[in-house]
Each structure stands twice: as structure tokens, then as C-alpha cells.
Design a binder for this molecule. Structure first.
Ligand code: FES
Ligand code: FE2
Length: 349
């Protein structure tokens, strides 16, 4: 398995939409590439490479005026929608330079349910004819996140993905007085999984012993969890009256840093008072994962091999199989064939 490769021609959650206010830009590194996010005059988001082609000045230090960004160094201006150069102030009229031929790379950028997603193509300037849907778009359409938490994990993307999906660590890592007594009480679980686009799905099942918050969603509360490449997990909980969505999107910054975005949505009105609590729990939860991964790093530096044992490790096996098939199908110019087969997994957690 080529574990270290990053996958392209996919959407990545870059940052919460509220971090990009009108007239303000935000710089983020995604897959090792410096990117600048902002909004056009009409409010739609844009993303361009945060790098002036003249002398490598990050464009984040420039200023935006209407739909153009001006580099802080020599004032070159670029259109934020197309990346084309609009003006080079140092030129005299006699200079025969076609400034529009100079371009900063731009990337498709979409705002979906309070998050900005960027599409990173395999080859710059070559987009597929139709872009795939943004992960979780259907479940979160029209909703605003009530909780939106992002944390940087000091590890390679793969370790963050398998660390977050893994069911067996919860009883050991996610311990606290309100959640778990720390006595590692494990129960046997049995869940049916099936292939889904670019990933797998834990088929919808009824939450019988509903914990109290789920009752707010009404009766017959059920949940469905999907995972898809590159690293997006969407849990869709639904009752007869309301729904909640828990979205985790993992985005590589570099070989050694990964950002985990955790967004929670619910349709129950008037639960504003719950937000601080939900935020605190989400933060604590993510922090426990982050700490575990941090401790793991010296081990990985010594020897990064891993074992897959039992059904508890099946999701991790599938992740690497999906990734391998994604890379292979693209190299061979053929359609992706989902390596996941429907099956029931049994484990204790
Ligand atoms: S470096 Fe940007 S204009 Fe010169
Ligand atoms: Fe976890």
C-alpha cells in the first residue's frame, strides 16, 4: 500500500465558512500547497494559490479590491475568479506584455452548510468535466453548523483517518467521568456494512436504547454512517421529527500535519443553550484523539508498520484498500471499483 500518497481530484474541507468574512482573506495550506480563500463582491467564495508568480510573495499580504487582489510587493493585480493578471503597474505603454497570460492557479471552491471546500485537481488547470458532489452535501443542505471545531493533528493524514474511524480505542482513549468510568467496559457489537460511493456505509439501524439527547429527534431514531475518500465521515441521525448530522472531514496540511474538522448540525429549533455543552464535548473528544496520535508519533518514527486484527480493524483495512484502488484506477485510466463487499462486522468496544 502506498500509504503516504495524497489523493487528488477530490474535495477537501479547507476551513469553516465563517472564517472568511466579506473583504477578508484566509490562508490555509492544503496538501502542501498554500491557498488563499476569500469572497468575491457578490459573496461567493474563491480559492487561489497563495503565491505571486512574480517573486513568490504570498498574496495573503496583499489587499482585495472588488474582485481583484493586489500583491503587496510590486502591485500586480489578479482577478480572484480566473487568477488572470489584470495589471502590472511597472510597465510603460511601450512594453508589449500580454499581462492576461500571467496566471495564478485557481481552484473550485464551494460553500456548503457553513464550510468551505476546495477541489484539488490531479493536474493544475485540468478539471474533470463534472465535479463530484461535496461530501455530506445532501445530508447538510441548508443547515448551519451548531458546533464547528477544527484541530491540527501532528501526524500524517493516514494515521488521523484510521485513528478516528477505529472503534476499539473509544473505551481506552475517550474516558472521562461523565462518559465512561475508565474501567473499559466492552460490549459486543454487530453491524452491517455495505459499499457506498468511494467508501462504505454502516447501514441504517435503530438506536434502541436512545441516549437522552436523541429523544429530541422524536420517535424511531435511527442512524447511518458513511465514510468516503479522501477522509470524510458523515453520521446521519434521524427521528420522526428531527435530524442531526455529525460530519468529520480530515484534510492534509503536509506530510506531518493534518487538520480534523468536526461539524455538528441539528434541525431541532431553540436548542441554542445546548451549543456550548456540545462544543465542549466535541472539543474534548477530538482532543483525546489528538493526544493519542501525538503520543503515537515517536512509535511511528521508529517503525510505521501496522497490524490489522479482527473486525475491529476492518474499517482501516477498507480505508487502505479504497485508497489503493483509487490510485490504481486513475493510473490505469479506468473506473473505480469499490473493493468493499457487504458484510456484517462483529467486535467488542
Ligand atoms: S512579488 Fe507579487 S508583484 Fe512582485
Ligand atoms: Fe476517537
Amino acid at each position: 500500500v502506498r500509504r503516504k500518497d495524497f489523493l487528488r481530484d477530490l474535495w477537501y474541507l479547507a476551513l469553516p465558512a465563517r472564517a472568511v468574512k466579506p473583504g477578508v482573506t484566509a490562508a490555509r495550506t492544503v496538501l502542501g500547497e498554500p491557498l488563499l480563500f476569500g469572497r468575491r463582491a457578490d459573496g461567493t467564495p474563491y480559492c487561489l494559490q497563495d503565491h505571486c508568480p512574480h517573486r513568490a510573495m504570498p498574496l495573503r499580504y496583499g489587499r482585495q479590491e472588488d474582485d481583484a487582489i493586489e500583491c503587496c510587493y510590486h502591485g500586480w493585480k489578479f482577478d480572484v475568479g480566473t487568477g488572470r493578471c489584470l495589471e502590472i503597474p511597472a510597465l510603460v505603454p511601450e512594453d508589449e506584455v500580454d499581462v492576461a497570460k500571467i496566471k495564478v492557479p485557481v481552484y473550485p471552491c464551494r460553500e456548503v452548510a457553513g464550510a468551505l471546500w476546495v477541489f484539488l485537481p490531479e493536474r493544475r488547470g485540468r478539471l474533470p468535466e463534472t465535479l463530484p458532489p461535496v461530501p455530506g452535501e445532501e445530508a447538510t443542505r441548508g443547515l448551519e453548523p451548531r458546533v464547528c471545531e477544527s484541530q491540527a493533528f501532528a501526524c500524517h493524514f493516514d494515521w488521523a483517518v484510521i485513528g478516528l474511524m477505529d472503534p476499539a480505542h473509544a473505551a481506552y482513549v475517550h474516558t472521562s467521568w461523565w462518559w465512561n468510568t475508565g474501567e473499559h467496559v466492552l460490549r459486543e457489537k454487530e453491524k452491517r456494512y455495505e459499499p457506498s460511493p468511494l467508501g462504505f456505509r454502516l447501514a441504517r439501524y435503530a438506536l434502541t436504547k436512545s441516549a437522552r439527547p436523541y429523544k429530541l429527534l422524536g420517535k424511531n431514531v435511527s442512524t447511518e454512517i458513511t465514510f468516503q475518500l479522501p477522509g470524510v465521515r458523515v453520521e446521519h441521525i434521524r427521528g420522526d421529527r428531527h435530524a442531526a448530522v455529525d460530519l468529520t472531514a480530515i484534510t492534509p496540511v503536509s506530510e506531518t500535519e493534518t487538520v480534523v474538522h468536526h461539524l455538528i448540525y441539528w434541525t431541532v429549533p431553540g436548542l441554542g443553550a445546548l451549543k456550548p455543552l456540545a462544543r465542549r464535548l466535541a472539543r474534548q473528544f477530538l482532543d483525546q484523539d489528538r493526544q493519542a496520535v501525538l503520543k503515537q508519533q515517536s512509535g511511528i518514527a521508529f517503525d510505521d508498520s501496522m497490524m490489522f486484527v479482527g473486525d475491529a480493524d476492518q474499517e482501516a483495512r477498507w480505508y487502505f484498500a479504497l485508497k489503493q484502488e483509487y490510485l490504481a484506477s486513475r493510473e490505469q485510466g479506468r473506473a473505480f471499483q469499490n473493493p468493499v463487499v457487504e458484510r456484517t462486522l462483529r467486535w467488542r468496544s
